[in-house]
Ligand binder design. Structure first.
Ligand SMILES: [Zn+2]
Ligand SMILES: [Zn+2]
Length: 420
């Protein structure tokens, strides 16, 4: 038997209903906020991610699925969606549309990470990006949208929004230097990963979950925003308050990617006492220009669908019982099958689910199958019924039977389906 590749997972029919519910909620909420769907390829030129995510990030250094195609070109399965989306924005001149241009996309991403519970090498995201505008009200709106998406799912888990400002090209470089200097001075009390990141990606060090590193990191210098960044951040928080969205300012929220500036945010769920990020994002002014586009700012977020599905409460209509077919049509013989084939097709065209036998088995085994399918009705057409132009309609629960003329059978089944 050939098994699935390590770190990927199948979404079986029993779980797919929940996935559909997440996707439908996303479309409904995102579109109410004016976002339009864009569908993107799952692989791109490797240089797009090297430039768009940052050479120094863990993603680009260790986690990408990169390969040469048969023409010798280096391609990479997308590890995230933003770079691809911005590439499409630039390539198709979407920036000529009224700004902000609001786009969303959903689909699989690929990262070569150590597989662990709930973390996969092919995982799925919902992505929202608003491009071409840097007004703080847009930041607040994007965060409100994220919260409203989760509200739309009726999760039982408490959700918490954390927000931070990472400054910009004016105020961050000096902070970065101060932070590197501080981390080097205390490197003896940091883990190997932190020491490695100090040189490559110092802000990311603050994110270390290792308890032995906490004392040093908790005492690390905080970023002092320049007046423009401070005003921007204060406005974002003020607008959030106006909308009734609670967000906790958190200095340690740095996000993994190089390109974030100013507003960053994360949404965490408290589960079994542990806080887990289920969504995160931020502003990336400058990234579009870096990728060869116009100097348009941008802001967006990604939601991990696997995590969201885990948090979803069971709902009645997820259960298999409620997706059972209405009826099992049982022809006895090929002649009866010929009569029932168009009936099944006509009933299905009204979105009523029925199943049809092939006329090759005995009535008893077909009735057993009807039981297993859990249908409400069995429709039996044998030689006797054919000669009378009738079908027998058997109520599977009570065992009572009635006859219906073959001419009226389609309408009868559609009516029963509508009454369900
Ligand atoms: Zn550490
Ligand atoms: Zn600044």
């Amino acid at each position: 038997m050939i098994q699935a590749v390590r770190g990927v997972h199948d979404i079986l029919p029993s779980a797919a209903q929940k996935w559909a519910r997440v996707e439908a909620t996303a479309r409904r909420v995102f579109e109410a906020y004016g976002y339009e769907e864009i569908r993107l390829p799952v692989f791109e030129r490797t240089e797009l991610f090297a430039r768009g995510i940052g050479e120094a990030t863990d993603i680009v250094q260790k986690e990408m699925y990169t390969f040469q195609d048969r023409a010798g070109e280096s391609l990479t399965l997308r590890p995230e969606a933003t770079a691809s989306l911005l590439r499409a924005y630039i390539e198709h001149g979407l920036h000529v549309h009224p700004k902000p241009v609001r786009l969303y996309t959903m689909g699989p991403m690929f990262r070569y990470e150590r597989p662990q519970a709930g973390r996969y090498r092919q995982f799925h995201q919902l992505n929202v990006e608003a491009l071409g505008d840097d007004h703080p009200a847009l930041d607040a709106e994007v965060i409100a949208l994220l919260v409203d998406f989760f509200r739309g799912l009726d999760l039982a888990t408490p959700l918490d929004v954390q927000i931070n400002s990472l400054g910009d090209a004016k105020c961050r470089p000096a902070y970065r230097e101060r932070l590197i200097e501080y981390l080097r001075r205390n490197s003896a009390r940091l883990c190997a990963e932190c020491r490695d990141r100090t040189e490559r990606n110092p802000l990311r060090v603050l994110d270390c979950k290792n308890p032995e590193c906490r004392p040093v990191l908790d005492a690390a210098p905080a970023l002092e925003l320049c007046p423009e960044c401070a005003t921007h951040f204060a406005s974002v928080r003020e607008y959030l308050k106006q909308m009734g969205v609670e967000a906790t300012p958190t200095h340690r929220l740095v996000r993994g990617l190089d390109y974030y500036v100013r507003t960053t945010f994360e949404l965490t769920a408290t589960e079994l006492g542990a806080q887990n990020a289920v969504a995160g994002g931020g502003r990336y002014d400058g990234l579009i220009e870096l990728l060869g586009g116009p100097p348009d700012p941008g802001i967006g977020f990604a939601i991990g669908i696997e995590r969201v599905v885990q948090l979803l409460p069971e709902r009645g209509d997820d259960a298999r019982e409620d997706r059972r077919p209405l009826a099992f049509l049982i022809p006895l013989g090929d002649e009866a099958l010929r009569h029932l084939l168009p009936v099944a097709r006509a009933v299905r065209s009204k979105a009523v689910r029925v199943e049809l036998g092939y006329g090759e088995r005995k009535l008893r085994s077909e009735l057993e199958r009807a039981n297993k399918l859990g249908v409400a009705w069995a429709v039996i057409v044998g030689e006797t019924e054919l000669s009378r132009g009738e079908a027998v309609l058997r109520d599977m629960k009570s065992g009572t039977q009635q006859t219906v003329s073959l001419g009226a059978l389609t309408d009868k089944l559609i009516a029963l389906g509508a009454a369900r």
